[in-house]
Write a protein that binds this ligand. Structure first.
Ligand SMILES: Cc1ncc(COP(=O)(O)O)c(C=O)c1O
Length: 460
């Protein structure tokens, strides 16, 4: 089923010609407001492959990536003096605002006391206690990215189950974890299109089914060869797909019955509330991963395990051949990470902060939905806590295939640039907007008004 209206000359209910004309006009406005960024970036930043320090910086829909002067709280300023209300927030890395004061202070303090030592300090000891209390799992490790945390947790899963396969849901993303890069095409597993330099058939070790499809999950796990199911509680890396009522209970029951572990990746769904979707909805993962905002923007990630997994891991360790485990990187668990993580967990990622985020995110969801209804467009809004998304297709979406079909890249890009010109920055991928503890009601209202203005123009 396709939710994207490509009937004749329309995408998402909007004539293609109108989208192109709108985008061209908005691109021109965006460019005129940024002469210095344009001079610097239009020809590419010197010394960088593909003109930018990291190739994703090219993926923004603006005519060129603008050069940031500073980011503080929920505003981001460029070198041309434009100030935007930031709802992208570093695609979740700064979900609790840019440079929260307690984190900035902790970083300054730690900068005078050593940045990497390969030994624990007092902050590390305190963080261990905080992780157990906050997320409920009894044992933890620290890594530097969510990608690495997922990789290491999957190694543990394979090691202790003695099984070689994992299972993912179509449309998933868990970072640059090779074995999760599988997709369903007409119901058949394939390597995710676009992978650079991949020489393996990843479908040999990865089973894949659609999210919310319990019979397919049951059939895939019945082979008895899956070490671990890895999933986000809500699919957030395609157009947003929420779990059907009862899906998580069925997922947990089925994995247990077939001896497969369950890894919940909360890197984006930490937007749900204190302790993430897991705590708020009472999930019972065997393995738990969180990266991005856990240290307030300093690169750090955490991965936790149940007592049962830890016990089996200890038994495995005792019989494992000595040598490098394939887990760990040199700068992981350094004192700067712990200083930032402690400040984040104690003073930034708090119940009060989530209350504020939830309230304003609900306001944003309501405002966007009303603007869509007013414009008479066949779009919808999805939300998981502080994470809100508008989708240029009808909803709700049930799985990754529908999410893929709902994606309307040209239309989304046009809206994105239109929002920038109206003072709001959203994520460059699938229209994601985050509300942080620093976000103000006036910023939400500004975003709703800007979106309404654009929806009105596109639907006219
Ligand atoms: C659910 C999820 N897991 C893991 C990652 C990887 O995070 P990182 O790029 O910081 O390794 C992402 C990144 O978007 C993600 O969305």
């Amino acid at each position: 089923m396709s939710h994207t209206t490509i009937a004749g000359e329309f995408v998402g209910g909007v004539p293609i010609g109108r989208i192109a004309a709108f985008r061209a006009r908005e691109a021109e406005t965006c460019l005129r407001a940024r002469p210095r960024s344009h001079r610097t970036m239009a020809g590419g930043a010197e010394g960088y492959l593909a003109d930018v320090p990291m190739h994703w910086m090219r993926d923004w829909p603006m005519p060129f990536p603008f050069v940031v002067e500073s980011a503080k709280g929920t505003t981001i300023a460029d070198i041309d003096g434009n100030v935007l209300a930031d709802f992208c927030l570093g695609d979740t890395g700064s979900m609790f605002g840019h440079s929260p004061a307690p984190v900035a202070k902790a970083i300054r303090r730690q900068a005078r006391r050593g940045l990497t030592t390969m030994l624990p300090g007092e902050d590390a000891l305190e963080v261990g206690r905080l992780l157990v209390e906050r997320f409920g799992l009894p044992l933890w490790q620290i890594a530097t990215t969510a990608t690495d945390a997922n990789r290491f947790a999957l190694r543990v899963a394979r090691a202790i189950t003695g099984r070689d396969k994992i299972l993912v849901f179509n449309g998933c993303y868990h970072g640059a974890v090779d074995e999760t890069m599988v997709r369903l095409e007409d119901g058949r597993p394939i390597n995710r299109p676009g992978l650079a330099g991949e020489f393996r058939d990843l479908t040999q070790r990865t089973r894949i089914v659609e999210f919310n499809d319990v019979p397919a999950l049951e059939a895939a796990l019945a082979h008895g060869d899956v070490a671990c199911v890895i999933t986000e509680p809500v699919l957030t890396n395609s157009c947003m797909v929420l779990p059907d009522p009862g899906f998580h209970a069925a997922l947990r029951e089925t994995t247990r019955r077939h001896g497969a572990l369950l890894l919940i990746d909360e890197t984006h769904t930490i937007s749900t509330g204190l302790g993430g979707y897991t705590r708020v909805h009472g999930l019972e993962p065997d393995l738990f991963v969180l990266g991005k905002p856990v240290a307030g923007g300093v690169p750090a990630s955490i991965w936790g395990m149940s007592a049962d997994v830890a016990e089996r891991w200890a038994a495995y360790q005792a019989r494992k051949q000595p040598g490098y485990s394939g887990m760990g990187t040199t700068l992981s668990a350094n004192p700067l990470q712990f200083a930032a993580m402690r400040a984040t967990l104690e003073e930034v990622m708090t119940q009060d902060a989530y209350r504020h985020m939830e309230k304003l995110a609900a306001r944003l969801e309501k405002g966007l939905s009303a603007a869509i209804a007013k414009a008479g467009l066949p779009w919808h809004v999805a939300r998981v806590g502080a994470r809100v998304e508008f989708i240029c297709a009808p909803g709700p979406l049930k799985n990754g295939a529908q999410a893929e079909a709902a994606h309307a890249p040209d239309l989304e890009a046009a809206i994105h640039v239109g929002l920038v010109n109206r003072g709001c920055l959203i994520a460059p991928f699938h229209n994601m907007m985050l509300v942080s503890p620093a976000t103000r009601k006036s910023q939400v209202d500004r975003l709703v008004a800007a979106f309404g203005d654009i929806a009105g123009e596109l639907s006219r």
